[in-house]
Design a protein around this ligand. Structure first.
Ligand SMILES: Nc1ncnc2c1ncn2[C@@H]1O[C@H](COP(=O)(O)OP(=O)(O)OP(=O)(O)O)[C@@H](O)[C@H]1O
Ligand code: SF4
Ligand SMILES: [Mg+2]
Length: 369
């Protein structure tokens, strides 16, 4: 794990991505915006893995795409290795993009079915003037655990896990510093998930890569990340070193997410309380005023929670790297403010709880960490 003082490779400052909602016959009228990402600030240090977790639709992929500039930010900056890439266009962007690559969730739809693996790999290398000889191609497929014969084959000839390896090889082909991996294993079987996650870890050590790993699955993020950011409706609500986030979650949303995860110790499991979230996830086209989480928060306090959006801050008595966006985090932690609804766990209901991602315990077991 890189030291806390390691230099940041990526600094995201107050980043926003608002998608216009168009209406009219020619879709010429903007009638509102989807606030997919709305004021996110974070840093990723050289050599670390930053995990981003949150419910479907909270803006994880949009944030990842804005970082690698596949979508243009509405506001804010994305400082990569000292230079802001948010305003870049054309050739300047293309050149810079070699250094940050994305691995996509669905390996099949992100690979061109008409291109052989060799054509896919050489395309990026040529575009960036990198050597693309056969020795380098064989080295790339070997690095992701595929035989040289894979170079002549097409995406449909591979299994899901192998395709994801090809997606990783394609990202590696241009020798990036940062890889944004958007749900890199969610389309794969659990046993294959562990293999691909282990591969990402090995490559990181060998090639000194920095990762931003996006996942809705808490187990995946936990086992690969040095630090974790939790997103809710376009914003970061908590950020902490991986272990601290799981051992001592501070934001009500993170507490609720983790309260749904079964624990292996039967005694602790018996005493585990489940925090129930009421209400549906609001639409990112009409996010609540004040704290975005106030419509579902069991600790909501009038009137501040409804009116004032909390900033991500280090709360009193917490280690420096643990930041929380909640006005009342200290009172909640110390038990001074009580939740309105906490229920004992009802076994068998966990996976049916729509707001909480499932935890496939077998990934944990296979990774053995
Ligand atoms: N190109 C786009 N145009 C308009 N709205 C978009 C666009 N891309 C994403 N959105 C909207 O932005 C919001 C955030 O989407 P995003 O894909 O970033 O979420 P996510 O956290 O990655 O979700 P998931 O876990 O399902 O992948 C959603 O409401 C989505 O519908
Ligand atoms: S600021 Fe208020 S509504 Fe938001 S998480 Fe904290 S207690 Fe809940
Ligand atoms: Mg997504």
């Amino acid at each position: 794990m890189p030291s806390v003082e390691a230099e940041p490779l990526l600094q995201v400052n107050d980043l926003a991505v608002h998608f216009p909602i168009k209406q009219g016959l020619l879709l010429d009228r903007t009638v509102g915006y989807v606030y997919a990402v709305d004021g996110v600030s974070l840093e990723v240090r050289r050599g670390e893995t930053y995990g981003l977790v949150g419910e479907s639709g909270c803006g994880k992929s949009t944030l990842g795409k804005a970082i690698v500039r596949l979508v243009r930010p509405t506001a804010g900056s994305v400082v990569f290795d000292g230079a802001d890439v948010a305003p870049l266009k054309g050739e300047a962007l293309r050149t810079r993009r070699r250094r940050f690559q994305m691995v996509f969730q669905d390996p099949l739809s992100s690979l061109d079915p008409r291109q052989s693996v060799e054509a896919m790999l050489t395309e990026g290398m040529r575009a960036h003037g990198l050597p693309d000889g056969s020795a380098r191609l064989r080295e790339l497929v070997a690095a992701v655990g595929l035989p040289p014969s894979a170079l002549r084959r097409y995406p449909h000839e591979f299994s899901g896990g192998q395709r994801q390896r090809i997606g990783i090889a394609r990202a590696l082909s241009v020798e990036p510093d940062l890889i944004v991996a958007d749900e890199p294993v969610s389309a794969l079987d659990v046993s294959v998930q562990a293999q691909v996650l282990n591969l990402l870890g090995t490559l990181q050590d060998e090639l000194r890569l920095t990762y931003l790993v996006i996942a809705h699955d808490l187990a995946v993020v936990r086992h690969v990340s040095d630090r974790i950011g939790v997103m809710y409706l376009g914003g970061l609500v908590e950020e902490a070193p991986s272990q601290a986030l799981y051992d001592d979650p501070q934001h009500p949303y993170t507490r609720a997410l983790l309260s749904a995860v079964p624990v292996p110790d039967p005694e602790l499991e018996d005493r585990r309380e489940r925090i129930l979230l009421t209400g549906d996830l609001p639409s990112p086209a009409a996010p609540p005023q004040g704290c975005r989480f106030h419509t579902r928060c069991p600790w909501r306090q009038p009137q501040r929670c409804d009116d004032e959006r909390p900033q991500l801050r280090v709360i009193e008595g917490a280690p420096a790297g643990h930041r929380v966006a909640c006005h009342f985090a200290e009172g909640i932690r110390d038990g001074v403010i009580k939740p309105h609804s906490v229920e004992p766990v009802v076994v068998g209901e966990l996976s049916a709880h729509g707001t909480v991602p499932d935890l496939p315990g077998s990934v944990t077991e296979i990774l053995g960490r």
